[in-house]
Write a protein that binds this ligand. Structure first.
Ligand code: SF4
Length: 339
Protein backbone atom coordinates (compact mmCIF):
# COMPACT_ATOMS: atom_id res chain seq x y z
CA UNK A 1 0.00 0.00 0.00
CA UNK A 2 1.28 3.44 -0.95
CA UNK A 3 1.60 5.39 2.30
CA UNK A 4 2.36 8.76 0.76
CA UNK A 5 -0.16 11.04 2.44
CA UNK A 6 -0.45 13.06 -0.77
CA UNK A 7 -2.11 10.13 -2.47
CA UNK A 8 -5.13 10.19 -0.11
CA UNK A 9 -8.28 12.22 -0.56
CA UNK A 10 -9.54 14.23 2.38
CA UNK A 11 -12.12 11.53 3.06
CA UNK A 12 -9.49 8.78 2.96
CA UNK A 13 -7.29 10.77 5.34
CA UNK A 14 -10.26 10.88 7.68
CA UNK A 15 -10.20 7.09 7.80
CA UNK A 16 -6.53 7.07 8.85
CA UNK A 17 -6.72 9.61 11.66
CA UNK A 18 -8.95 9.60 14.69
CA UNK A 19 -10.77 12.90 14.47
CA UNK A 20 -12.19 14.44 11.29
CA UNK A 21 -10.53 17.80 11.86
CA UNK A 22 -7.12 16.05 11.99
CA UNK A 23 -7.57 15.11 8.33
CA UNK A 24 -8.27 18.75 7.48
CA UNK A 25 -5.16 19.83 9.39
CA UNK A 26 -2.98 17.29 7.58
CA UNK A 27 -4.42 18.21 4.21
CA UNK A 28 -3.72 21.87 4.91
CA UNK A 29 -0.12 21.19 5.94
CA UNK A 30 0.50 19.22 2.79
CA UNK A 31 -1.37 21.06 0.07
CA UNK A 32 -1.65 24.60 1.38
CA UNK A 33 1.54 25.04 3.34
CA UNK A 34 3.63 22.64 1.28
CA UNK A 35 5.21 21.05 4.36
CA UNK A 36 6.59 17.61 3.72
CA UNK A 37 7.74 16.48 7.17
CA UNK A 38 5.08 14.99 9.43
CA UNK A 39 7.19 16.10 12.42
CA UNK A 40 6.41 19.70 11.46
CA UNK A 41 2.61 19.35 11.60
CA UNK A 42 2.70 21.39 14.78
CA UNK A 43 -1.04 21.70 15.45
CA UNK A 44 -1.41 17.93 15.54
CA UNK A 45 -0.68 16.02 18.72
CA UNK A 46 2.80 14.52 19.05
CA UNK A 47 1.17 11.16 19.66
CA UNK A 48 -0.67 11.21 16.32
CA UNK A 49 2.41 12.41 14.43
CA UNK A 50 4.45 9.55 15.94
CA UNK A 51 1.71 7.05 15.16
CA UNK A 52 1.63 8.13 11.50
CA UNK A 53 5.42 7.89 11.19
CA UNK A 54 5.53 4.54 12.98
CA UNK A 55 2.91 3.17 10.62
CA UNK A 56 5.06 4.17 7.65
CA UNK A 57 3.16 7.24 6.44
CA UNK A 58 5.19 9.99 4.82
CA UNK A 59 4.79 13.00 2.51
CA UNK A 60 6.45 12.28 -0.82
CA UNK A 61 7.11 14.84 -3.54
CA UNK A 62 7.49 14.33 -7.24
CA UNK A 63 11.21 14.53 -7.88
CA UNK A 64 12.61 17.24 -10.11
CA UNK A 65 15.14 15.84 -12.55
CA UNK A 66 16.13 19.18 -13.96
CA UNK A 67 14.76 22.50 -15.07
CA UNK A 68 15.53 24.88 -17.91
CA UNK A 69 14.98 28.62 -17.89
CA UNK A 70 13.71 30.29 -21.01
CA UNK A 71 14.75 33.76 -22.08
CA UNK A 72 11.05 34.77 -21.97
CA UNK A 73 10.77 34.05 -18.23
CA UNK A 74 9.09 30.67 -18.46
CA UNK A 75 10.68 27.66 -16.83
CA UNK A 76 10.34 24.06 -17.91
CA UNK A 77 10.53 21.43 -15.17
CA UNK A 78 11.24 17.81 -15.99
CA UNK A 79 10.05 15.47 -13.24
CA UNK A 80 10.61 11.83 -12.27
CA UNK A 81 10.45 9.54 -15.27
CA UNK A 82 10.23 12.41 -17.74
CA UNK A 83 6.90 14.21 -17.50
CA UNK A 84 7.12 17.94 -17.83
CA UNK A 85 5.41 21.08 -16.60
CA UNK A 86 5.98 24.64 -17.68
CA UNK A 87 5.74 27.75 -15.53
CA UNK A 88 4.64 30.81 -17.52
CA UNK A 89 4.62 34.19 -15.80
CA UNK A 90 2.50 36.99 -17.17
CA UNK A 91 1.68 40.45 -15.97
CA UNK A 92 -1.34 39.59 -13.84
CA UNK A 93 -1.06 35.85 -13.48
CA UNK A 94 1.26 32.92 -13.08
CA UNK A 95 0.22 29.88 -15.05
CA UNK A 96 1.46 26.32 -14.83
CA UNK A 97 0.93 24.02 -17.79
CA UNK A 98 0.68 20.51 -16.31
CA UNK A 99 1.01 17.02 -17.75
CA UNK A 100 -1.65 14.39 -17.11
CA UNK A 101 0.12 11.43 -18.72
CA UNK A 102 3.67 10.43 -19.44
CA UNK A 103 3.66 10.35 -23.23
CA UNK A 104 0.44 10.12 -25.20
CA UNK A 105 -1.25 7.56 -27.35
CA UNK A 106 -3.02 9.92 -29.72
CA UNK A 107 -0.10 10.69 -31.97
CA UNK A 108 -1.13 14.07 -33.33
CA UNK A 109 1.09 14.77 -36.31
CA UNK A 110 2.62 17.94 -34.96
CA UNK A 111 3.34 16.96 -31.37
CA UNK A 112 6.52 15.58 -29.84
CA UNK A 113 4.64 13.98 -26.95
CA UNK A 114 2.72 11.83 -29.42
CA UNK A 115 6.01 10.48 -30.75
CA UNK A 116 6.80 9.08 -27.32
CA UNK A 117 3.71 6.89 -27.29
CA UNK A 118 1.80 6.23 -24.10
CA UNK A 119 3.89 5.29 -21.07
CA UNK A 120 1.59 5.74 -18.10
CA UNK A 121 -1.18 7.76 -16.52
CA UNK A 122 -0.08 10.16 -13.83
CA UNK A 123 -1.74 9.77 -10.47
CA UNK A 124 -3.90 12.60 -9.12
CA UNK A 125 -1.33 13.69 -6.56
CA UNK A 126 1.45 13.67 -9.18
CA UNK A 127 -0.59 16.09 -11.29
CA UNK A 128 -1.44 18.44 -8.41
CA UNK A 129 2.10 18.22 -7.08
CA UNK A 130 3.46 19.75 -10.30
CA UNK A 131 1.69 22.95 -9.27
CA UNK A 132 2.73 22.74 -5.62
CA UNK A 133 6.39 21.98 -6.37
CA UNK A 134 6.70 24.76 -8.93
CA UNK A 135 5.03 27.21 -6.57
CA UNK A 136 7.41 26.22 -3.77
CA UNK A 137 10.59 26.08 -5.80
CA UNK A 138 10.01 29.42 -7.51
CA UNK A 139 8.29 30.97 -4.50
CA UNK A 140 5.39 32.14 -6.64
CA UNK A 141 1.66 32.07 -6.14
CA UNK A 142 0.17 30.07 -8.98
CA UNK A 143 -3.08 31.58 -10.21
CA UNK A 144 -3.89 29.53 -13.31
CA UNK A 145 -3.47 25.97 -14.47
CA UNK A 146 -3.80 24.62 -17.99
CA UNK A 147 -3.93 20.94 -18.83
CA UNK A 148 -1.95 21.38 -22.01
CA UNK A 149 1.19 19.48 -21.12
CA UNK A 150 1.89 15.87 -21.95
CA UNK A 151 -1.09 13.62 -22.47
CA UNK A 152 -4.81 13.76 -23.17
CA UNK A 153 -6.38 14.76 -19.82
CA UNK A 154 -9.77 13.29 -20.63
CA UNK A 155 -8.19 9.87 -21.06
CA UNK A 156 -6.97 10.02 -17.47
CA UNK A 157 -10.06 11.75 -16.28
CA UNK A 158 -10.58 10.19 -12.85
CA UNK A 159 -7.10 11.30 -11.77
CA UNK A 160 -7.50 14.67 -13.46
CA UNK A 161 -10.78 15.29 -11.64
CA UNK A 162 -9.20 14.37 -8.32
CA UNK A 163 -6.21 16.63 -9.06
CA UNK A 164 -8.63 19.48 -9.80
CA UNK A 165 -10.38 18.90 -6.49
CA UNK A 166 -7.02 19.24 -4.73
CA UNK A 167 -6.11 22.34 -6.72
CA UNK A 168 -9.41 24.10 -6.09
CA UNK A 169 -9.81 23.25 -2.42
CA UNK A 170 -9.48 26.27 -0.15
CA UNK A 171 -7.53 24.06 2.23
CA UNK A 172 -5.42 22.97 -0.75
CA UNK A 173 -3.85 25.04 -3.49
CA UNK A 174 -6.91 27.29 -3.61
CA UNK A 175 -6.94 27.94 -7.35
CA UNK A 176 -10.27 29.18 -8.72
CA UNK A 177 -11.96 26.52 -10.86
CA UNK A 178 -12.53 29.06 -13.60
CA UNK A 179 -8.78 29.61 -13.71
CA UNK A 180 -8.25 25.99 -14.71
CA UNK A 181 -8.51 24.96 -18.36
CA UNK A 182 -8.71 21.44 -19.69
CA UNK A 183 -7.60 21.09 -23.24
CA UNK A 184 -8.82 18.05 -25.14
CA UNK A 185 -8.35 16.66 -28.59
CA UNK A 186 -12.08 15.86 -28.57
CA UNK A 187 -12.87 12.78 -26.48
CA UNK A 188 -16.61 13.20 -26.88
CA UNK A 189 -18.06 11.02 -24.06
CA UNK A 190 -15.71 12.66 -21.58
CA UNK A 191 -16.71 16.17 -22.68
CA UNK A 192 -20.23 15.24 -21.53
CA UNK A 193 -18.75 14.07 -18.23
CA UNK A 194 -16.80 17.29 -17.88
CA UNK A 195 -20.02 19.22 -18.46
CA UNK A 196 -21.47 17.49 -15.41
CA UNK A 197 -18.33 17.71 -13.28
CA UNK A 198 -18.82 19.36 -9.90
CA UNK A 199 -16.13 21.96 -10.61
CA UNK A 200 -16.75 24.62 -13.27
CA UNK A 201 -13.50 24.43 -15.20
CA UNK A 202 -12.91 25.88 -18.63
CA UNK A 203 -12.71 23.80 -21.76
CA UNK A 204 -10.42 24.21 -24.74
CA UNK A 205 -10.84 22.03 -27.79
CA UNK A 206 -7.93 21.30 -30.08
CA UNK A 207 -9.76 21.67 -33.34
CA UNK A 208 -6.99 22.62 -35.76
CA UNK A 209 -9.26 22.09 -38.75
CA UNK A 210 -13.00 22.18 -39.32
CA UNK A 211 -12.62 19.99 -42.39
CA UNK A 212 -13.03 16.35 -41.41
CA UNK A 213 -10.44 14.84 -43.79
CA UNK A 214 -7.82 17.40 -42.87
CA UNK A 215 -8.42 16.91 -39.19
CA UNK A 216 -8.07 13.16 -39.56
CA UNK A 217 -4.80 13.71 -41.37
CA UNK A 218 -3.24 15.54 -38.45
CA UNK A 219 -5.18 13.99 -35.55
CA UNK A 220 -5.83 10.24 -35.84
CA UNK A 221 -8.32 10.46 -32.94
CA UNK A 222 -10.59 12.42 -35.29
CA UNK A 223 -11.53 9.08 -36.90
CA UNK A 224 -13.23 8.11 -33.65
CA UNK A 225 -15.20 11.32 -33.06
CA UNK A 226 -16.64 13.36 -35.89
CA UNK A 227 -16.84 17.13 -35.97
CA UNK A 228 -20.61 16.88 -35.67
CA UNK A 229 -20.33 14.80 -32.49
CA UNK A 230 -17.77 17.21 -31.07
CA UNK A 231 -19.98 20.18 -31.79
CA UNK A 232 -22.95 18.56 -30.05
CA UNK A 233 -20.80 17.83 -27.01
CA UNK A 234 -19.51 21.42 -26.91
CA UNK A 235 -23.04 22.77 -27.03
CA UNK A 236 -23.99 20.47 -24.14
CA UNK A 237 -20.96 21.65 -22.14
CA UNK A 238 -21.99 25.27 -22.75
CA UNK A 239 -25.53 24.61 -21.61
CA UNK A 240 -24.27 23.05 -18.40
CA UNK A 241 -21.19 25.07 -17.48
CA UNK A 242 -21.83 28.37 -19.27
CA UNK A 243 -18.16 29.12 -19.74
CA UNK A 244 -16.89 30.31 -23.08
CA UNK A 245 -14.99 27.61 -24.93
CA UNK A 246 -11.59 28.14 -26.48
CA UNK A 247 -11.12 26.73 -29.96
CA UNK A 248 -7.44 26.00 -30.42
CA UNK A 249 -6.17 26.22 -33.93
CA UNK A 250 -2.60 25.34 -34.65
CA UNK A 251 -1.43 27.29 -37.66
CA UNK A 252 0.30 24.93 -40.05
CA UNK A 253 1.46 27.09 -42.89
CA UNK A 254 -0.18 26.21 -46.19
CA UNK A 255 -2.25 23.41 -44.69
CA UNK A 256 -5.13 24.82 -42.67
CA UNK A 257 -4.98 28.55 -43.39
CA UNK A 258 -6.90 28.90 -46.67
CA UNK A 259 -10.19 30.76 -47.18
CA UNK A 260 -11.98 27.41 -47.40
CA UNK A 261 -10.56 26.45 -43.98
CA UNK A 262 -11.88 29.67 -42.51
CA UNK A 263 -15.34 29.31 -44.06
CA UNK A 264 -15.61 25.78 -42.67
CA UNK A 265 -14.45 27.04 -39.30
CA UNK A 266 -17.16 29.69 -39.43
CA UNK A 267 -19.76 26.99 -40.04
CA UNK A 268 -18.41 24.89 -37.19
CA UNK A 269 -18.49 27.63 -34.59
CA UNK A 270 -21.96 28.88 -35.51
CA UNK A 271 -24.04 28.61 -32.32
CA UNK A 272 -21.02 28.05 -30.05
CA UNK A 273 -19.95 30.73 -27.59
CA UNK A 274 -16.23 30.59 -28.19
CA UNK A 275 -13.03 32.42 -28.80
CA UNK A 276 -10.39 31.27 -31.22
CA UNK A 277 -6.81 30.89 -30.21
CA UNK A 278 -4.32 30.64 -33.03
CA UNK A 279 -1.21 28.70 -32.07
CA UNK A 280 1.60 29.25 -34.53
CA UNK A 281 3.13 25.84 -35.09
CA UNK A 282 6.33 25.33 -33.15
CA UNK A 283 8.92 23.47 -35.11
CA UNK A 284 9.56 19.91 -34.00
CA UNK A 285 12.06 17.80 -35.92
CA UNK A 286 10.53 14.59 -37.26
CA UNK A 287 7.60 16.53 -38.76
CA UNK A 288 7.71 18.26 -42.14
CA UNK A 289 5.38 21.16 -41.37
CA UNK A 290 6.65 24.60 -42.04
CA UNK A 291 6.42 26.94 -39.06
CA UNK A 292 4.70 30.18 -40.07
CA UNK A 293 6.64 33.38 -39.56
CA UNK A 294 5.12 36.42 -37.89
CA UNK A 295 3.88 37.88 -41.14
CA UNK A 296 2.15 34.59 -42.08
CA UNK A 297 0.45 34.46 -38.71
CA UNK A 298 -0.78 38.05 -38.86
CA UNK A 299 -2.05 37.54 -42.42
CA UNK A 300 -4.00 34.52 -41.24
CA UNK A 301 -5.28 36.45 -38.25
CA UNK A 302 -6.48 39.30 -40.49
CA UNK A 303 -8.32 36.89 -42.78
CA UNK A 304 -9.97 35.22 -39.80
CA UNK A 305 -10.99 38.58 -38.38
CA UNK A 306 -12.57 39.58 -41.66
CA UNK A 307 -14.52 36.37 -42.21
CA UNK A 308 -15.38 35.57 -38.60
CA UNK A 309 -16.92 38.87 -37.78
CA UNK A 310 -17.43 39.51 -34.03
CA UNK A 311 -15.50 36.48 -32.83
CA UNK A 312 -12.70 37.03 -30.33
CA UNK A 313 -9.45 35.83 -31.86
CA UNK A 314 -6.15 35.68 -30.06
CA UNK A 315 -2.71 34.54 -31.04
CA UNK A 316 -0.78 32.41 -28.58
CA UNK A 317 2.85 33.17 -29.14
CA UNK A 318 4.03 30.12 -27.24
CA UNK A 319 6.31 30.64 -24.34
CA UNK A 320 9.42 28.55 -23.86
CA UNK A 321 10.17 27.79 -27.53
CA UNK A 322 13.90 27.97 -26.86
CA UNK A 323 13.68 25.28 -24.16
CA UNK A 324 11.32 22.92 -26.01
CA UNK A 325 8.66 23.93 -23.55
CA UNK A 326 6.18 25.36 -26.03
CA UNK A 327 2.94 23.80 -27.29
CA UNK A 328 3.58 20.53 -29.07
CA UNK A 329 7.19 20.38 -27.98
CA UNK A 330 6.96 18.65 -24.60
CA UNK A 331 8.78 15.36 -24.53
CA UNK A 332 10.99 16.40 -27.41
CA UNK A 333 14.16 15.68 -25.48
CA UNK A 334 12.97 12.20 -24.45
CA UNK A 335 12.13 11.41 -28.07
CA UNK A 336 15.38 12.89 -29.27
CA UNK A 337 17.45 10.87 -26.78
CA UNK A 338 15.66 7.66 -27.73
CA UNK A 339 16.43 8.04 -31.46
S1 SF4 B 1 -1.33 17.19 -28.98
FE1 SF4 B 1 -2.07 16.42 -27.01
S2 SF4 B 1 -3.43 14.71 -27.61
FE2 SF4 B 1 -2.16 15.13 -29.40
S3 SF4 B 1 -0.39 13.74 -29.20
FE3 SF4 B 1 0.17 15.70 -28.24
S4 SF4 B 1 -0.29 15.41 -26.10
FE4 SF4 B 1 -1.41 13.82 -27.20
Amino acid sequence: MNKNLKSFTLRQLGEIVEKPYNSIQIYRWIWKKGVDRIEEFSDISKRLRKKLIDEGYFVGNIGEKFRINSSDGSVKFVFEDGYEAVYMPEKNRNTVCVSSQLGCNLKCKFCATGLLGFRRNLMAWEIADQVLQISKKLNKKITNVVFMGMGEPLLNFENVKQAIRIMTSHIGLNIGAKHITISTSGIVPKIYELANFDRRVKLAISLHSAIEEKRIKIMPIAKAYSLREIKEALIYYLEKQRLRITIEYIHLKGFNDTDEDIYELRKFIRGIDCKINIIPYNKVDYFDWEAPNEEDVYNFYDKLKKILDNVVITIRWSKGRDIYGACGQLGYQLVHNAK
